[in-house]
Design a protein around this ligand. Structure first.
Ligand code: SF4
Length: 446
């Protein structure tokens, strides 16, 4: 069987071929700290605090301005310490010069990984741009690098650490860059859920399959990926969720899906599973707020988590887009609610959205239901198309947004000085069990 590392290397090689080794520095992106580019027809930003510097936001409770501002941050979440004044007081041009100089001095020893949802002021410096798994693959396929500066959020840096070499450091420039969705399922809650399910259903069904297979979306902590690895479960991405659920149903009667209820529901519905067979698991209630019969009748038990960015999209927005542009094609991410996915013309992962736009005929009008930084970038790449975000209120992923150029400059200069700040290290046992669940995912394809 092809090993996980061979599969990862092949995928990363394809990704390398698709993207330049280093994106050029854009003077436009250097010139300001504009929080986000407003769409021409966009009326406002979702939170005026978006114009604040992140070190001000980091001191406040909650995730900060943006789509996830109202979600509670778990107590155990790491907090970022104060940045030296050299960085907080620096101008945009100074920061750009320091980042550029440090990158040049560090050379291939340090690779910068930038998520699709990251702001342009950061993406311009990235050696690789991609979704969370593509970036982890990039880390795996760069054995020459001593460190990866991961411009994304915490769970993504954990996955990169799991897949990269033991001696390679993965660094998150701002420790406060978590993910509100991933934080909606803690390992303690997941283990309590599992105990309840095992007590209600037992471990093995009469047909010899397991009673429940745990499936976790990539957007979850390493501890939950490891839990799935230890308990016959698997990881999925938004690209392969259906193949993963098919894998799971070959081995189990039902699935418990962490932490995104929408990806779980949308995938299961596309497979013909009735919504009545998808109870929601609310982690603070006995049996997740369900009766034992509901759990027995379930095909997919959905954890009560969601992405604060994608849950903002609505059917009314799609109707408005269709009224304004009768020929519009609407494409959305499967983290959107089921009603939105059903009203759209297509739904798929970030990579699916990127490819749809890449292959769209000139002059097409496309409304996109995903994070605004990505939508704006896609519009810049295809000026011959009319591309806009379904949500007229500009609202980025607020946790991703915490990676500000000042943190990148601080991180790179610290590496140049020989220290390794904000290293994300997954303990060996957790990494080993997570790798089991990731290997199963790669074997499940596509
Ligand atoms: S866009 Fe949603 S799922 Fe992705 S990092 Fe932000 S909060 Fe998490």
């Amino acid at each position: 069987m092809t090993s996980v590392y061979e599969l990862i290397s092949e995928a990363a090689e394809r990704e390398r071929e698709m993207r330049p080794a280093s994106a050029p520095t854009s003077p436009a992106a250097r010139s300001h700290r504009r929080p986000i580019a407003l769409r021409a027809t966009g009326s406002s930003s979702c939170d005026s605090d978006l114009s604040q510097d992140p070190w001000q936001v980091d001191r406040a409770p909650g995730y900060g301005p943006g789509a996830s501002t109202i979600d509670p941050v778990p107590e155990h979440s790491p907090r970022q310490g104060p940045l030296p004044e050299r960085y907080t007081a620096a101008s945009d041009d100074q920061l750009a010069d320091w980042i550029t100089a440090a990158r040049e001095a560090l050379g291939p020893r340090v690779q910068i990984l930038g998520h699709f949802y990251q702001r342009d002021e950061i993406v311009q410096y990235a050696d690789f741009v991609g979704d969370s798994f593509m970036l982890a693959q990039a880390a795996k396929s760069s054995p020459e690098a001593e460190a990866f500066v991961f411009c994304g959020v915490h769970f993504m840096a954990e996955t990169a650490d799991i897949l990269s070499g033991r001696d390679q450091a993965v660094i998150l420039p701002n420790l406060a860059a978590g993910c509100s969705m991933a934080d909606m399922a803690t390992i303690d809650q997941v283990e309590a859920c599992w105990r309840d399910l095992m007590a209600a259903l037992g471990t093995t069904a009469e047909d010899g399959r397991r009673t429940v297979i745990p499936v976790t979306y990539m957007n979850s902590s390493a501890a939950i990926k490891a839990f799935c690895g230890r308990n016959g479960g698997i990881v999925c991405t938004s690209s392969n969720a259906r193949a993963v659920l098919e894998w799971a149903f070959e081995r189990g009667q039902r699935v418990v899906f962490f932490p995104d209820q929408h990806l779980g529901r949308n995938t299961a519905k596309a497979m013909g599973i009735d919504e009545a067979e998808m109870p929601l698991w609310r982690p603070h209630l006995p049996l997740g707020g369900n009766t034992e019969q509901q759990v027995r009748d379930a095909r997919v038990i959905l954890w009560n988590g969601f992405c604060s960015v994608h849950k903002r999209f609505t059917v009314a927005q799609i109707e408005r887009a269709r009224a304004e542009y009768p020929d519009v094609r609407v494409i959305v991410h499967p983290e959107c609610p089921a009603s939105v996915v059903e009203a759209a013309d297509g739904a798929g992962s970030t990579e699916y959205i990127r490819r749809e736009i890449e292959h769209a005929a000139p002059g097409s009008v496309i409304a996109v239901g995903t994070e605004i930084n990505l939508v704006n970038r896609l519009q810049q790449q295809r000026p011959d198309l009319t591309i806009f975000c379904l949500d007229p209120v500009v609202c980025p992923c607020s946790t991703m947004y915490r990676i500000h150029p000042a943190y990148l400059a601080w991180t790179l200069e610290a590496l140049l000085d020989g220290s390794t700040p904000n290293r994300i290290s997954v303990p060996d046992g957790v990494a080993d069990d997570s790798r089991v669940a990731l290997e199963r995912m790669l074997a499940a394809k596509p």
